[in-house]
Design a protein around this ligand. Structure first.
Ligand code: ADP
Ligand code: GLC
Length: 493
Protein backbone atom coordinates (compact mmCIF):
# COMPACT_ATOMS: atom_id res chain seq x y z
CA UNK A 1 0.00 0.00 0.00
CA UNK A 2 1.32 3.46 -0.89
CA UNK A 3 2.27 5.49 2.18
CA UNK A 4 0.70 8.90 2.03
CA UNK A 5 2.12 10.29 5.26
CA UNK A 6 5.54 11.90 5.24
CA UNK A 7 8.39 9.78 6.53
CA UNK A 8 9.28 10.99 10.04
CA UNK A 9 12.92 10.92 11.09
CA UNK A 10 14.64 11.88 14.33
CA UNK A 11 18.26 12.76 13.44
CA UNK A 12 20.37 12.42 16.58
CA UNK A 13 23.72 14.17 16.44
CA UNK A 14 26.29 15.78 18.74
CA UNK A 15 27.10 18.58 16.22
CA UNK A 16 25.34 20.79 13.72
CA UNK A 17 26.63 23.76 11.73
CA UNK A 18 26.42 26.69 12.46
CA UNK A 19 25.61 26.10 16.15
CA UNK A 20 28.38 23.58 16.82
CA UNK A 21 31.01 22.14 14.49
CA UNK A 22 34.33 20.48 15.14
CA UNK A 23 34.55 18.80 11.73
CA UNK A 24 32.61 17.28 8.87
CA UNK A 25 29.88 15.81 11.08
CA UNK A 26 28.70 19.36 11.82
CA UNK A 27 28.41 20.15 8.12
CA UNK A 28 26.70 16.85 7.29
CA UNK A 29 24.21 17.16 10.18
CA UNK A 30 22.95 20.41 8.69
CA UNK A 31 23.10 19.68 4.96
CA UNK A 32 21.75 16.12 4.89
CA UNK A 33 18.61 16.85 6.96
CA UNK A 34 18.00 19.94 4.83
CA UNK A 35 18.26 17.85 1.65
CA UNK A 36 15.89 15.29 3.22
CA UNK A 37 13.46 18.05 4.12
CA UNK A 38 13.48 19.13 0.47
CA UNK A 39 12.50 15.53 -0.34
CA UNK A 40 9.41 15.94 1.87
CA UNK A 41 10.83 14.08 4.88
CA UNK A 42 9.48 15.26 8.24
CA UNK A 43 12.88 15.45 9.94
CA UNK A 44 13.77 16.85 13.37
CA UNK A 45 17.20 17.05 14.95
CA UNK A 46 18.06 16.11 18.54
CA UNK A 47 21.05 17.95 20.03
CA UNK A 48 22.79 18.47 23.38
CA UNK A 49 22.25 21.97 24.79
CA UNK A 50 25.79 23.37 24.63
CA UNK A 51 25.89 27.16 25.13
CA UNK A 52 26.31 27.76 21.38
CA UNK A 53 23.27 25.59 20.64
CA UNK A 54 21.11 27.28 23.30
CA UNK A 55 22.12 30.60 21.81
CA UNK A 56 21.74 29.58 18.16
CA UNK A 57 18.31 27.96 18.39
CA UNK A 58 15.41 30.40 18.06
CA UNK A 59 11.77 30.27 19.15
CA UNK A 60 12.66 27.87 21.95
CA UNK A 61 9.93 26.47 24.11
CA UNK A 62 10.03 23.80 26.79
CA UNK A 63 8.10 20.76 25.66
CA UNK A 64 8.89 18.33 28.46
CA UNK A 65 10.67 18.07 31.81
CA UNK A 66 12.62 14.84 32.20
CA UNK A 67 12.68 14.95 36.01
CA UNK A 68 12.43 11.29 36.75
CA UNK A 69 14.89 9.67 34.39
CA UNK A 70 16.71 7.12 36.46
CA UNK A 71 20.51 7.34 36.16
CA UNK A 72 20.48 10.86 34.66
CA UNK A 73 20.19 14.40 36.03
CA UNK A 74 16.97 16.32 35.32
CA UNK A 75 16.78 17.85 31.84
CA UNK A 76 14.35 20.04 29.95
CA UNK A 77 13.52 19.22 26.36
CA UNK A 78 13.26 22.36 24.26
CA UNK A 79 11.93 22.60 20.75
CA UNK A 80 12.86 25.38 18.35
CA UNK A 81 14.32 26.29 14.97
CA UNK A 82 17.91 26.46 13.89
CA UNK A 83 18.52 28.82 11.00
CA UNK A 84 21.03 27.46 8.47
CA UNK A 85 20.79 30.46 6.19
CA UNK A 86 18.59 33.52 5.70
CA UNK A 87 15.91 31.40 4.10
CA UNK A 88 16.32 27.91 5.53
CA UNK A 89 15.92 26.41 8.97
CA UNK A 90 15.52 23.03 10.61
CA UNK A 91 13.27 22.02 13.50
CA UNK A 92 15.35 20.92 16.46
CA UNK A 93 14.95 19.42 19.91
CA UNK A 94 17.57 20.53 22.41
CA UNK A 95 18.37 18.78 25.68
CA UNK A 96 18.81 21.55 28.21
CA UNK A 97 20.87 20.10 31.04
CA UNK A 98 23.35 22.80 32.14
CA UNK A 99 25.24 20.48 34.52
CA UNK A 100 26.25 18.31 31.57
CA UNK A 101 26.49 20.67 28.63
CA UNK A 102 27.05 24.26 29.73
CA UNK A 103 30.76 24.68 30.35
CA UNK A 104 33.78 26.37 28.77
CA UNK A 105 35.63 24.20 26.26
CA UNK A 106 34.63 22.02 23.31
CA UNK A 107 31.80 19.53 22.97
CA UNK A 108 34.04 16.55 23.72
CA UNK A 109 37.26 17.99 25.17
CA UNK A 110 38.19 20.51 27.83
CA UNK A 111 40.43 23.52 27.09
CA UNK A 112 43.53 21.35 27.68
CA UNK A 113 42.43 18.82 25.08
CA UNK A 114 41.37 16.11 27.55
CA UNK A 115 38.11 14.18 27.20
CA UNK A 116 35.44 15.47 29.56
CA UNK A 117 35.40 12.90 32.39
CA UNK A 118 31.59 12.59 32.25
CA UNK A 119 31.30 12.03 28.49
CA UNK A 120 29.53 8.69 29.03
CA UNK A 121 26.79 10.46 30.98
CA UNK A 122 26.65 13.44 28.60
CA UNK A 123 26.18 11.30 25.50
CA UNK A 124 24.36 8.56 27.40
CA UNK A 125 21.67 11.18 28.01
CA UNK A 126 21.62 12.17 24.33
CA UNK A 127 21.20 8.49 23.39
CA UNK A 128 18.59 7.87 26.09
CA UNK A 129 16.37 10.81 25.17
CA UNK A 130 16.81 9.85 21.51
CA UNK A 131 15.43 6.42 22.36
CA UNK A 132 12.53 7.75 24.46
CA UNK A 133 11.42 10.15 21.74
CA UNK A 134 11.57 7.26 19.25
CA UNK A 135 9.26 4.96 21.20
CA UNK A 136 5.79 4.81 22.72
CA UNK A 137 7.39 6.06 25.97
CA UNK A 138 7.68 9.48 24.33
CA UNK A 139 5.87 12.36 26.03
CA UNK A 140 5.41 14.02 22.60
CA UNK A 141 2.73 13.56 19.96
CA UNK A 142 5.33 13.59 17.17
CA UNK A 143 6.88 10.12 16.91
CA UNK A 144 9.51 9.22 14.30
CA UNK A 145 9.46 6.17 12.05
CA UNK A 146 13.26 6.21 12.03
CA UNK A 147 15.86 7.11 14.65
CA UNK A 148 18.97 8.07 12.67
CA UNK A 149 22.05 7.99 14.93
CA UNK A 150 25.37 9.60 14.07
CA UNK A 151 28.69 8.43 15.49
CA UNK A 152 29.36 7.00 18.93
CA UNK A 153 27.71 9.87 20.80
CA UNK A 154 24.28 8.52 19.82
CA UNK A 155 25.33 4.87 19.62
CA UNK A 156 23.38 3.77 22.69
CA UNK A 157 20.02 4.79 21.19
CA UNK A 158 19.65 1.50 19.27
CA UNK A 159 20.63 -0.40 22.45
CA UNK A 160 18.04 1.36 24.62
CA UNK A 161 15.42 0.84 21.93
CA UNK A 162 16.31 -2.82 21.59
CA UNK A 163 15.44 -3.35 25.27
CA UNK A 164 12.28 -1.25 25.11
CA UNK A 165 9.31 -3.64 25.09
CA UNK A 166 6.79 -1.31 23.39
CA UNK A 167 6.47 0.24 19.94
CA UNK A 168 9.56 1.88 18.56
CA UNK A 169 11.17 3.42 15.52
CA UNK A 170 13.57 1.52 13.27
CA UNK A 171 17.21 2.53 13.75
CA UNK A 172 19.98 3.59 11.39
CA UNK A 173 23.54 4.01 12.67
CA UNK A 174 25.86 6.14 10.55
CA UNK A 175 29.58 5.75 11.12
CA UNK A 176 31.35 9.00 10.24
CA UNK A 177 34.65 7.85 11.69
CA UNK A 178 35.31 4.37 13.07
CA UNK A 179 38.40 5.61 14.93
CA UNK A 180 36.19 7.28 17.55
CA UNK A 181 34.38 4.50 19.38
CA UNK A 182 33.16 5.95 22.69
CA UNK A 183 34.85 3.40 24.94
CA UNK A 184 34.12 3.49 28.68
CA UNK A 185 34.60 1.27 31.73
CA UNK A 186 32.38 -1.83 32.16
CA UNK A 187 30.44 -0.18 35.03
CA UNK A 188 28.93 2.22 32.46
CA UNK A 189 26.29 -0.43 31.71
CA UNK A 190 24.84 -0.12 35.21
CA UNK A 191 25.49 3.62 35.44
CA UNK A 192 23.47 4.30 32.30
CA UNK A 193 20.68 1.85 33.08
CA UNK A 194 21.32 -0.78 30.45
CA UNK A 195 20.50 -4.38 31.39
CA UNK A 196 23.58 -6.16 32.87
CA UNK A 197 23.05 -8.95 30.30
CA UNK A 198 23.91 -6.45 27.54
CA UNK A 199 27.52 -6.50 28.74
CA UNK A 200 28.23 -9.30 26.35
CA UNK A 201 30.00 -9.87 23.07
CA UNK A 202 26.45 -10.10 21.71
CA UNK A 203 25.76 -6.59 23.02
CA UNK A 204 27.61 -3.48 24.15
CA UNK A 205 30.77 -5.19 25.44
CA UNK A 206 33.91 -4.39 23.48
CA UNK A 207 37.23 -5.96 24.44
CA UNK A 208 36.34 -5.84 28.14
CA UNK A 209 34.86 -2.33 28.07
CA UNK A 210 31.68 -0.72 26.80
CA UNK A 211 31.70 0.91 23.37
CA UNK A 212 28.85 3.22 22.39
CA UNK A 213 29.71 2.80 18.70
CA UNK A 214 29.84 -0.98 18.95
CA UNK A 215 26.42 -0.87 20.62
CA UNK A 216 25.06 1.12 17.69
CA UNK A 217 26.65 -1.15 15.12
CA UNK A 218 25.38 -4.24 16.93
CA UNK A 219 21.80 -3.18 17.63
CA UNK A 220 20.90 -0.84 14.74
CA UNK A 221 18.67 -2.27 12.03
CA UNK A 222 20.85 -0.69 9.38
CA UNK A 223 24.37 0.71 9.36
CA UNK A 224 25.66 3.26 6.92
CA UNK A 225 29.02 4.89 6.45
CA UNK A 226 30.03 7.90 4.46
CA UNK A 227 31.57 6.43 1.30
CA UNK A 228 31.39 3.14 -0.61
CA UNK A 229 35.16 2.64 -0.44
CA UNK A 230 35.18 3.07 3.36
CA UNK A 231 32.59 0.26 3.59
CA UNK A 232 35.23 -2.10 2.22
CA UNK A 233 38.07 -0.65 4.29
CA UNK A 234 36.30 -0.96 7.66
CA UNK A 235 35.85 -4.66 7.09
CA UNK A 236 39.61 -5.11 6.94
CA UNK A 237 42.07 -5.46 9.78
CA UNK A 238 43.97 -2.30 8.83
CA UNK A 239 41.07 0.12 9.05
CA UNK A 240 38.49 -1.88 11.01
CA UNK A 241 39.89 -0.60 14.33
CA UNK A 242 38.86 -3.87 16.00
CA UNK A 243 35.30 -3.81 14.67
CA UNK A 244 36.03 -5.50 11.33
CA UNK A 245 34.64 -8.85 12.52
CA UNK A 246 31.28 -7.46 13.59
CA UNK A 247 31.05 -5.25 10.50
CA UNK A 248 31.77 -8.21 8.24
CA UNK A 249 29.08 -10.26 9.99
CA UNK A 250 26.62 -7.43 9.46
CA UNK A 251 27.69 -6.44 5.95
CA UNK A 252 24.30 -7.29 4.46
CA UNK A 253 22.99 -4.36 6.53
CA UNK A 254 25.91 -2.04 5.76
CA UNK A 255 25.69 0.61 3.02
CA UNK A 256 28.16 3.27 1.88
CA UNK A 257 26.58 6.58 0.89
CA UNK A 258 29.00 9.28 -0.09
CA UNK A 259 28.52 12.66 1.60
CA UNK A 260 27.52 15.66 -0.46
CA UNK A 261 28.35 19.30 0.12
CA UNK A 262 26.14 22.29 0.78
CA UNK A 263 26.46 23.99 -2.59
CA UNK A 264 24.68 27.12 -1.35
CA UNK A 265 27.16 27.75 1.42
CA UNK A 266 30.16 26.52 -0.58
CA UNK A 267 29.69 28.28 -3.90
CA UNK A 268 32.48 30.43 -5.39
CA UNK A 269 29.90 32.45 -7.31
CA UNK A 270 28.14 33.71 -4.18
CA UNK A 271 30.46 32.98 -1.21
CA UNK A 272 30.53 36.17 0.86
CA UNK A 273 33.84 35.26 2.53
CA UNK A 274 35.74 35.66 -0.76
CA UNK A 275 37.70 38.68 -1.97
CA UNK A 276 36.07 38.18 -5.37
CA UNK A 277 33.47 35.72 -6.60
CA UNK A 278 34.20 33.63 -9.65
CA UNK A 279 32.81 30.77 -11.69
CA UNK A 280 33.86 27.94 -13.95
CA UNK A 281 33.28 30.20 -16.95
CA UNK A 282 35.00 33.21 -15.38
CA UNK A 283 37.93 31.80 -13.45
CA UNK A 284 39.92 35.04 -13.54
CA UNK A 285 38.49 36.10 -10.15
CA UNK A 286 40.29 33.20 -8.48
CA UNK A 287 43.64 34.99 -8.66
CA UNK A 288 42.22 37.91 -6.64
CA UNK A 289 41.54 35.45 -3.84
CA UNK A 290 45.07 34.06 -4.10
CA UNK A 291 46.50 37.54 -3.61
CA UNK A 292 44.10 38.25 -0.76
CA UNK A 293 45.10 35.01 0.93
CA UNK A 294 48.84 35.68 0.48
CA UNK A 295 48.37 39.14 1.88
CA UNK A 296 46.20 38.08 4.81
CA UNK A 297 48.63 35.35 5.79
CA UNK A 298 51.72 37.56 5.35
CA UNK A 299 53.25 35.53 2.49
CA UNK A 300 55.11 36.93 -0.51
CA UNK A 301 52.54 38.13 -3.02
CA UNK A 302 53.26 36.25 -6.21
CA UNK A 303 50.79 35.06 -8.87
CA UNK A 304 53.09 32.44 -10.27
CA UNK A 305 54.27 30.52 -7.24
CA UNK A 306 52.01 27.49 -6.59
CA UNK A 307 50.07 27.97 -3.37
CA UNK A 308 49.04 24.83 -1.47
CA UNK A 309 46.26 24.97 1.11
CA UNK A 310 45.41 22.78 4.12
CA UNK A 311 42.40 23.03 6.45
CA UNK A 312 42.39 20.28 9.00
CA UNK A 313 41.80 18.79 12.38
CA UNK A 314 45.49 18.34 13.17
CA UNK A 315 46.00 14.63 13.83
CA UNK A 316 47.68 11.38 12.89
CA UNK A 317 44.61 10.57 10.76
CA UNK A 318 45.09 13.72 8.69
CA UNK A 319 48.84 13.13 8.22
CA UNK A 320 49.87 16.43 9.85
CA UNK A 321 53.23 14.85 10.74
CA UNK A 322 53.87 14.19 7.03
CA UNK A 323 53.18 17.82 6.17
CA UNK A 324 55.68 18.90 8.80
CA UNK A 325 58.29 16.54 7.39
CA UNK A 326 57.93 17.68 3.78
CA UNK A 327 57.78 21.42 4.51
CA UNK A 328 61.51 22.17 3.94
CA UNK A 329 61.35 20.36 0.56
CA UNK A 330 58.16 22.18 -0.43
CA UNK A 331 59.75 25.54 0.11
CA UNK A 332 62.57 24.56 -2.27
CA UNK A 333 60.25 23.56 -5.14
CA UNK A 334 59.34 26.47 -4.76
CA UNK A 335 55.81 26.48 -3.37
CA UNK A 336 53.90 28.27 -0.65
CA UNK A 337 51.88 26.52 2.03
CA UNK A 338 48.96 27.89 4.05
CA UNK A 339 47.71 25.77 6.94
CA UNK A 340 44.59 26.37 9.02
CA UNK A 341 44.48 23.75 11.75
CA UNK A 342 43.22 23.08 15.22
CA UNK A 343 42.57 20.48 17.87
CA UNK A 344 46.13 19.40 18.78
CA UNK A 345 48.24 21.71 20.90
CA UNK A 346 51.60 20.01 20.19
CA UNK A 347 51.11 19.85 16.41
CA UNK A 348 49.93 23.47 16.42
CA UNK A 349 53.19 24.49 18.10
CA UNK A 350 55.29 22.54 15.59
CA UNK A 351 53.49 24.23 12.71
CA UNK A 352 53.93 27.69 14.22
CA UNK A 353 57.65 26.97 14.45
CA UNK A 354 57.74 26.00 10.77
CA UNK A 355 56.05 29.25 9.80
CA UNK A 356 58.70 31.13 11.78
CA UNK A 357 61.45 29.29 9.91
CA UNK A 358 59.98 30.03 6.47
CA UNK A 359 57.95 33.25 6.90
CA UNK A 360 57.71 34.04 3.18
CA UNK A 361 56.57 30.59 2.14
CA UNK A 362 54.72 28.96 5.03
CA UNK A 363 51.88 30.54 6.96
CA UNK A 364 49.93 28.92 9.75
CA UNK A 365 46.79 29.90 11.57
CA UNK A 366 45.62 27.84 14.51
CA UNK A 367 42.10 27.63 15.88
CA UNK A 368 38.80 27.32 14.07
CA UNK A 369 38.11 30.00 11.46
CA UNK A 370 35.19 29.48 9.10
CA UNK A 371 35.86 32.66 7.08
CA UNK A 372 39.52 31.83 6.47
CA UNK A 373 38.60 28.26 5.50
CA UNK A 374 36.53 29.65 2.60
CA UNK A 375 39.30 32.01 1.50
CA UNK A 376 41.82 29.14 1.50
CA UNK A 377 39.51 27.02 -0.65
CA UNK A 378 39.26 29.89 -3.14
CA UNK A 379 42.80 31.29 -2.96
CA UNK A 380 44.94 28.14 -3.05
CA UNK A 381 45.95 26.48 -6.32
CA UNK A 382 46.01 23.00 -4.78
CA UNK A 383 44.59 21.49 -1.60
CA UNK A 384 46.58 18.88 0.33
CA UNK A 385 44.95 15.94 2.14
CA UNK A 386 47.58 13.37 3.11
CA UNK A 387 45.05 11.52 5.29
CA UNK A 388 46.12 8.08 6.47
CA UNK A 389 42.44 7.20 6.35
CA UNK A 390 39.44 9.32 5.44
CA UNK A 391 35.88 8.00 5.79
CA UNK A 392 34.67 10.59 3.31
CA UNK A 393 36.31 14.00 3.66
CA UNK A 394 34.60 17.22 2.63
CA UNK A 395 37.46 19.58 1.81
CA UNK A 396 38.47 17.67 -1.31
CA UNK A 397 34.92 18.28 -2.59
CA UNK A 398 34.87 21.96 -1.58
CA UNK A 399 38.25 22.26 -3.32
CA UNK A 400 37.07 20.77 -6.60
CA UNK A 401 33.98 22.96 -6.51
CA UNK A 402 36.31 25.99 -6.11
CA UNK A 403 38.70 24.91 -8.91
CA UNK A 404 41.42 24.19 -6.35
CA UNK A 405 42.87 20.85 -7.36
CA UNK A 406 43.13 18.34 -4.52
CA UNK A 407 46.26 16.26 -3.92
CA UNK A 408 45.01 13.36 -1.80
CA UNK A 409 45.99 9.95 -0.51
CA UNK A 410 44.06 7.24 -2.38
CA UNK A 411 41.97 6.12 0.58
CA UNK A 412 38.34 6.08 1.77
CA UNK A 413 36.06 8.71 0.35
CA UNK A 414 39.00 10.54 -1.23
CA UNK A 415 39.27 7.68 -3.70
CA UNK A 416 35.53 7.84 -4.37
CA UNK A 417 35.43 11.59 -5.03
CA UNK A 418 38.69 12.60 -6.76
CA UNK A 419 39.63 11.33 -10.23
CA UNK A 420 43.39 11.08 -10.69
CA UNK A 421 44.86 13.04 -13.57
CA UNK A 422 46.26 10.76 -16.28
CA UNK A 423 46.39 11.36 -20.03
CA UNK A 424 43.38 9.08 -20.43
CA UNK A 425 41.25 10.64 -17.65
CA UNK A 426 42.08 14.05 -19.09
CA UNK A 427 40.87 12.96 -22.53
CA UNK A 428 37.70 11.54 -20.99
CA UNK A 429 37.11 14.84 -19.20
CA UNK A 430 36.99 13.22 -15.75
CA UNK A 431 40.42 14.11 -14.29
CA UNK A 432 39.94 16.40 -11.30
CA UNK A 433 42.98 16.09 -9.01
CA UNK A 434 45.97 14.04 -7.94
CA UNK A 435 45.89 10.76 -5.99
CA UNK A 436 48.92 9.15 -4.40
CA UNK A 437 49.74 5.90 -2.67
CA UNK A 438 51.38 4.67 -0.43
CA UNK A 439 51.13 7.19 2.36
CA UNK A 440 54.82 8.08 2.63
CA UNK A 441 56.78 11.31 2.52
CA UNK A 442 58.30 10.17 -0.80
CA UNK A 443 55.04 9.51 -2.60
CA UNK A 444 53.41 12.67 -1.20
CA UNK A 445 56.31 14.79 -2.44
CA UNK A 446 56.24 13.07 -5.81
CA UNK A 447 52.53 13.86 -6.19
CA UNK A 448 53.11 17.49 -5.24
CA UNK A 449 55.99 17.77 -7.72
CA UNK A 450 53.78 16.29 -10.45
CA UNK A 451 50.95 18.69 -9.61
CA UNK A 452 53.33 21.64 -9.72
CA UNK A 453 54.74 20.53 -13.08
CA UNK A 454 51.19 20.29 -14.38
CA UNK A 455 50.44 23.75 -12.97
CA UNK A 456 53.04 25.19 -15.34
CA UNK A 457 50.92 24.02 -18.28
CA UNK A 458 48.12 26.56 -18.02
CA UNK A 459 45.93 24.95 -20.67
CA UNK A 460 45.89 21.56 -18.96
CA UNK A 461 45.44 23.20 -15.56
CA UNK A 462 42.38 25.14 -16.75
CA UNK A 463 40.92 21.94 -18.16
CA UNK A 464 41.43 20.14 -14.86
CA UNK A 465 39.88 23.04 -12.96
CA UNK A 466 36.86 23.08 -15.23
CA UNK A 467 36.42 19.31 -14.91
CA UNK A 468 36.59 19.60 -11.13
CA UNK A 469 34.14 22.49 -11.04
CA UNK A 470 31.67 20.65 -13.27
CA UNK A 471 31.26 17.71 -10.89
CA UNK A 472 27.98 17.31 -9.03
CA UNK A 473 28.67 17.10 -5.30
CA UNK A 474 25.18 18.13 -4.22
CA UNK A 475 23.30 16.11 -1.60
CA UNK A 476 20.35 15.21 -3.83
CA UNK A 477 21.42 11.68 -4.85
CA UNK A 478 22.76 10.76 -1.42
CA UNK A 479 19.67 12.04 0.37
CA UNK A 480 17.54 9.85 -1.92
CA UNK A 481 19.76 6.88 -1.00
CA UNK A 482 19.16 7.53 2.73
CA UNK A 483 15.44 7.83 2.08
CA UNK A 484 15.43 4.47 0.34
CA UNK A 485 17.05 2.87 3.37
CA UNK A 486 14.51 4.50 5.70
CA UNK A 487 11.66 3.21 3.52
CA UNK A 488 13.05 -0.33 3.38
CA UNK A 489 13.21 -0.42 7.18
CA UNK A 490 9.66 0.77 7.66
CA UNK A 491 8.38 -1.83 5.27
CA UNK A 492 10.27 -4.57 7.04
CA UNK A 493 8.97 -3.76 10.55
P1 ADP B 1 36.81 15.67 9.62
O1 ADP B 1 35.37 15.68 9.91
O2 ADP B 1 37.44 14.34 9.70
O3 ADP B 1 37.57 16.68 10.41
P2 ADP B 1 36.03 16.57 6.93
O4 ADP B 1 36.84 16.82 5.72
O5 ADP B 1 34.86 15.69 6.78
O6 ADP B 1 37.02 16.08 8.07
O7 ADP B 1 35.42 17.94 7.46
C1 ADP B 1 36.16 18.93 8.06
C2 ADP B 1 35.30 20.19 8.10
O8 ADP B 1 35.81 21.02 9.14
C3 ADP B 1 35.39 21.00 6.84
O9 ADP B 1 34.21 21.77 6.69
C4 ADP B 1 36.59 21.92 7.12
O10 ADP B 1 36.56 23.07 6.32
C5 ADP B 1 36.36 22.22 8.58
N1 ADP B 1 37.55 22.57 9.35
C6 ADP B 1 38.50 21.74 9.83
N2 ADP B 1 39.41 22.41 10.55
C7 ADP B 1 39.02 23.71 10.52
C8 ADP B 1 39.54 24.92 11.08
N3 ADP B 1 40.64 24.92 11.81
N4 ADP B 1 38.87 26.07 10.84
C9 ADP B 1 37.75 26.08 10.09
N5 ADP B 1 37.21 24.98 9.54
C10 ADP B 1 37.83 23.81 9.75
C1 GLC C 1 34.32 12.26 9.92
C2 GLC C 1 35.35 11.82 8.91
C3 GLC C 1 35.29 12.55 7.61
C4 GLC C 1 33.85 12.72 7.13
C5 GLC C 1 33.03 13.38 8.23
C6 GLC C 1 31.57 13.59 7.84
O1 GLC C 1 34.74 13.27 10.74
O2 GLC C 1 36.67 11.88 9.44
O3 GLC C 1 36.04 11.85 6.63
O4 GLC C 1 33.81 13.50 5.96
O5 GLC C 1 33.05 12.59 9.37
O6 GLC C 1 30.93 12.39 7.50
Amino acid sequence: MERTQKLRVLFITPEIYPACKTGGLGDVSAALPMALQHLQTDIKILLPGYPSVLQGVKYKKAVHEFNDLQHFPPATLLSGKLALSKTESLPVFVIDCPGLYVREGGPYLDAQGRDWPDNSLRFGLLSKIGAILSSDASPLKWRPDIAHCNDWQSGLTPAYLHFHPGQKAATVMTIHNLAFQGVFAPGTVIQLGLPPSSFNIEGVEYYGNVSFLKAGVYYAEHITTVSPNYVQEIQSETLGFGMQGLLTTRNDKLTGIVNGIDTDKWNPETDTYLAKNYSREKLSGKIVNKKALQQYMGLDIDDDIPLLGVISRLSYQKGTDLLIQIAPELVKLPAQLVILGSNHIELEQQLILLAKMYPHAIAVQTGFDEALSHLIEAGADCFLMPSRFEPCGLNQMYSQHYGTLPIVHATGGLLDTVVNYTPSSLTKGTASGFLFHPITVGSLLKAIQFAIDTYQNKKTWRKLQRNAMSKDFSWQASAIAYQEIYRSLIHST
